[in-house]
Design a protein. Structure first.
Length: 477
């Protein structure tokens, strides 16, 4: 067999590979959309008449500690803490972990909340960096729920672990300090833990929304606006697809592998038993969920990781491509690290849905998908160079991928409109449609670039940095 025939056979084989991969990933999205709709309907039907304030605002409600790591957050730290102290829940406290900040974050907190240094018992069940200036409480009874810790820098995961050590609550709500929680967020997030069934809920997550351009005063969301920049608008669409159609579906299947680090609630006992957050990964939010699930599987306990569609947390998204690429680079490296650490569970029947469905899906369609897509682009370039291009095949694949992207985005918007309908202002519908049409062209190439760069950094540059996420502050919007 001569070289030309061999080359043609290879090209045909690659064509079938890309075609089959495209069909599989499209089919998986259709299935996820179906399960997501079922889960959302069940949740809304089940909780439509629940009076959260009556049910969960009493002193017999389960105790919750909000743990918020802070590093150089001087710009908004006072306002952010005020927001956390305004939540409608009785039995909770707020633990701010100042992780070796080099700015005046601590000084601002001391002045704003009348803090004094106190002796405080700390359970050192998880190894962390030591205290720097100590533990602080307020002299003002109005801020009795607030605990501020000043420790040596150890990174976000280390700061969260210190918060776990100092907490005495039954549940932990781990958040980014610059996120805005709605007033009833704890009431709604803790409810899955209280539902009576034969499965122990070990973690719960909620939908994250983008607060760019929204009006925020005194730590409260006053007015919801659609972002002004195209990169921000595209991320709104991306978040809707990810949370409403992705994670809700995996919650239905009890196969969820990640809860956003922006806002997640955990069973403190299980979190301690698995050793807290891993400080050696940049994807600590995903890794701890996989480790907690693995622990429950190995100890043969019935459990569930819950997810609810309520828009409980609003966060600031990157407003330029440099920061966006840095963020997605970190997400890629975190996924690689988590799947590598827990590779034992992959296709292992011992771990049930976790090993036989969730792990393979994340590995193929999250971990490998960007690499396959770039390989497809390289394949297309080779076809052009060697003048072997099959235009009908290439255009067919492109149109299928593009049209399905549009359909999937429209389904996400439709789901949003039928449920919580956050964007109500006139004219936003047209902007959303334009965003859906342009998003694959204005954002996806950068997502792909960041994913490939994340792979290169992980394997060749050995990049272990968490990544820069410069924020401009929600209170300034």
């Amino acid at each position: 067999m001569d070289f030309e025939n061999t080359f043609r056979i290879v090209l045909i084989g690659l064509e079938y590979f890309f075609l089959i991969f495209s069909i599989l990933i499209i089919s998986s999205y259709v299935i996820l959309a179906y399960f997501s709709s079922r889960e959302t309907k069940t949740y809304l039907k089940k909780n439509n008449f629940v009076e959260y304030k009556d049910l969960l605002s009493s002193k017999i409600s389960p105790s919750i500690s909000i743990i918020a790591p802070a590093f150089n957050e001087s710009l908004n730290i006072v306002e952010n803490v005020r927001s956390l102290l305004s939540i409608h829940y009785v039995n909770y406290n707020v633990i701010i972990v100042n992780d070796g900040s080099k700015d005046d974050s601590l000084e601002k907190l001391i002045a704003a909340y009348s803090l004094i240094k106190v002796d405080y018992f700390i359970h050192n069940k998880i190894k962390t960096q030591p205290l720097r200036k100590g533990v602080f409480k307020s002299k003002n009874p109005a801020f009795d729920k607030l605990i501020v810790i000043d420790k040596e820098n150890g990174g976000k995961a280390d700061a969260l672990n210190f918060g776990i050590n100092i907490s005495q609550s039954k549940y932990l709500a781990c958040i980014d300090v610059d996120c805005l929680l709605l007033e009833d967020s704890l009431q709604r997030m803790v409810k899955p833990f209280l539902d009576t069934n034969d499965k122990k809920v070990i973690a719960s997550g909620g939908v994250i929304r983008i607060a760019n351009s929204c009006k925020i005063e005194n730590g409260k969301l006053i007015e919801i606006n659609f972002p002004k920049k195209w990169i921000e608008r595209a991320q709104v669409l991306e978040y809707l697809r990810s949370f409403l159609l992705g994670r809700m579906a995996w919650a239905r299947l009890n196969g969820l592998l990640v809860i956003s680090g922006a806002f997640g609630m955990f069973d403190r006992e299980i979190a301690i038993k698995v050793g807290g957050y891993d400080t050696n990964t940049v994807g600590e939010d995903m890794e701890i969920i996989v480790r907690m699930r693995r622990y429950m599987e190995e100890t043969k306990q019935k459990y569930k990781v819950a997810y609810i569609p309520d828009p409980l947390c609003w966060t600031e998204a990157p407003d330029n491509y440099k920061i966006f690429i840095s963020q997605r680079n970190r997400w890629t490296r975190g996924t690689i690290e988590t799947l590598k650490i827990h590779k034992k569970i992959g296709l292992n029947p011992k771990y049930g849905i976790l090993g036989m469905l969730s792990f393979p899906y994340w590995f193929i369609f999250e971990r490998l998908a960007p690499i396959v897509e770039v390989a497809g682009i390289v394949y297309f370039v080779l076809l052009v160079v060697f003048r072997e291009i099959n235009w009908s095949f290439v255009l067919g694949i492109f149109l299928i991928a593009y049209l399905f992207s549009l359909i999937f985005s429209f389904v996400a918007i439709f789901s949003e409109e039928l449920t919580y309908r956050q964007y109500k202002k006139k004219g936003i519908g047209l902007i959303l449609v334009l965003t859906i049409i342009l998003e694959p062209l204005i954002l996806h190439p950068f997502v792909l670039y960041a994913a490939i760069k994340g792979n290169i950094d992980y394997y060749f540059n050995k990049n272990k940095k968490w990544g820069v996420m410069t924020r401009k502050g929600l209170s300034k919007k």
